[in-house]
Ligand binder design. Structure first.
Ligand code: HEM
Length: 426
């Protein structure tokens, strides 16, 4: 830990914020100054056109894309019951799939969870979902997106962030730009469009024309913003996965307590629904703690400021690269007592029933400010419905020692594990 807010020369000056109060001062209090991304690799690599898509666009383009995306999500039912119904359909299908597993002594939960989450967004955006026994295309798609996310943070990529002109040097362009940038993008498109066995050259040519097709489509349909290739990648993206599920295997007493509360409020004849959520503060507290303790996105994406700002007394000149280090904030004892400990009770007041909003506010897995996660509402709904359905239906017992240290990447993922599932009845 180098301090609450420090400059890193790598070789561009980048300010790294590791304290909630500094982050809030910059991204919330002075949020209008931080609505730009850096427009450099790795952000720009998969983009067919500059300054497009919600995630990496800036200023007016971003405002328009974000506003429209949120409107489309709302129209698709995010703020109404429709989205809950969509999530529940996916949960039912996943539970059915799990029920069909004969040997529940050694179950790998990786694909059931990915498919459940991926199917929600696929069904909403593209109108179809993958069956559990016919999901090879989806799996291929997820693996490509995963590889791309890992590669995007490679050394060459970081070098190109510092010196974007390097992409014009032929050898670097080949290694760094195509290999890490365009090829995974082509592969993703091929996975989406079911194209097989193309040579690399044909792949690039083919992908270029597909990109054009996709872009034409993007530019000519009202849902273009949610259908950009980048978002298509996100449908299978590990970033949309549930956080590390392992946390709860290590704490059987917490698992039992959540189940007890679910049985009290919901019973066993139906699955938990969003209307039960206010009556289940302990379950909410456990989910908050899973997201803090097994945080998935360690650093907020690249931000720069459009005007000079002063963050808690420190000058940040226009155009500075600013990183909000979510990981350090959520693992900091000054913000979360004994932060290494998995302790859901920290989110509850002394009565054990009322949520402690002052602590919850500092837990920021979705980022903070104007460019915070646009899918937070959907993600939180999925977390609640999937997690509580799991615990209501099964007891999860780890088969071996669970290692909670994450696999490092743009998105932190859990190490592989298997578990025993014991069906629950009262
Ligand atoms: C547990 C799941 C999720 C987590 C932890 C998460 C976290 C994040 C984080 C940390 C950011 C970057 C914020 C920043 O740089 O300031 C982000 C951005 C974003 N997320 Fe998520 N996210 C999740 C799920 C989703 C879902 C389900 C969707 C889509 C339905 C989504 C769509 C987006 C978009 C569009 C942005 C870019 C927002 C902008 O730049 O304006 N996310 N997310």
């Amino acid at each position: 830990m180098y301090g609450l807010c420090f400059t890193l020369w790598a070789p561009l000056p980048a300010i790294v914020i590791t304290h909630y109060d500094y982050l809030k001062d910059a991204f919330v209090t002075q949020g209008d100054a931080f609505i730009t991304r850096i427009n450099r690799p790795p952000e720009t690599l998969p983009q067919a056109h500059n300054n497009t898509g919600v995630l990496v666009s800036s200023r007016e383009n971003w405002r328009l894309q974000r506003r429209t995306s949120l409107k489309i999500l709302r129209d698709f039912g995010l703020s109404r019951n429709l989205m809950e119904e969509q999530v529940m359909r996916s949960v039912h299908e996943m539970l059915q799939q799990i029920e069909n597993i004969n040997d529940k002594k050694k179950v790998d939960m990786f694909w059931p969870i990915r498919l459940c989450v991926g199917n929600v967004i696929n069904e909403s955006l593209f109108g179809y979902h993958y069956k559990y026994d016919d999901a090879d295309r989806f799996k291929n798609f997820v693996q490509i997106a995963d590889r791309h996310l890992r590669a995007a943070l490679g050394k060459l990529q970081l070098l190109m962030t510092a010196f974007p002109w390097l992409r014009h040097v032929p050898i670097i362009r080949e290694l760094g730009y195509h290999k890490i940038g365009t090829t995974p993008f082509c592969e993703t498109l091929c996975a989406v469009f079911s194209i097989k066995d193309l040579s690399r050259k044909r792949l690039l040519i083919k992908s270029k024309s597909m990109m054009e097709r996709v872009n034409q489509k993007i530019l000519s349909t009202p849902t273009k913003i949610l259908s950009t290739p980048r978002q298509m990648k996100q449908t299978g993206n590990p970033g949309l996965d549930m956080p590390n599920l392992c946390s709860r295997f290590l704490y059987p007493e917490i698992q039992d307590k959540v189940r007890e509360k679910i049985f009290e409020v919901v019973g066993t004849s139906r699955l938990p629904s969003m209307s039960d959520k206010p009556n289940m503060p302990y379950t909410q507290a456990v989910i908050h703690e899973v997201q803090r303790h097994s945080n998935m996105i360690p650093v907020m994406l690249f931000h720069t400021n459009t005007e000079d700002v002063v963050v808690k007394g420190q000058n940040v000149p226009t155009g500075t690269l600013v990183f909000g280090q979510i990981w350090s904030i959520m693992k900091n004892d000054s913000m979360f007592d004994e932060s290494q400990k998995f302790n859901p009770s920290r989110y509850l007041q002394a009565d054990g029933k009322t949520l402690n909003n002052a602590v919850i506010e500092k837990k920021i897995p979705f980022g903070i400010g104007k460019k915070a996660c646009a899918g937070e509402g959907l993600a939180r709904m999925e977390l609640f419905l999937i997690f509580s359905a799991f615990i209501q239906k099964y007891e999860f017992i780890a088969n071996s020692n669970i290692d909670l240290s994450p696999d490092w990447g743009g998105v932190l993922t859990s190490k592989s594990y298997t578990c025993q599932l014991i069906p629950q009845t009262v």
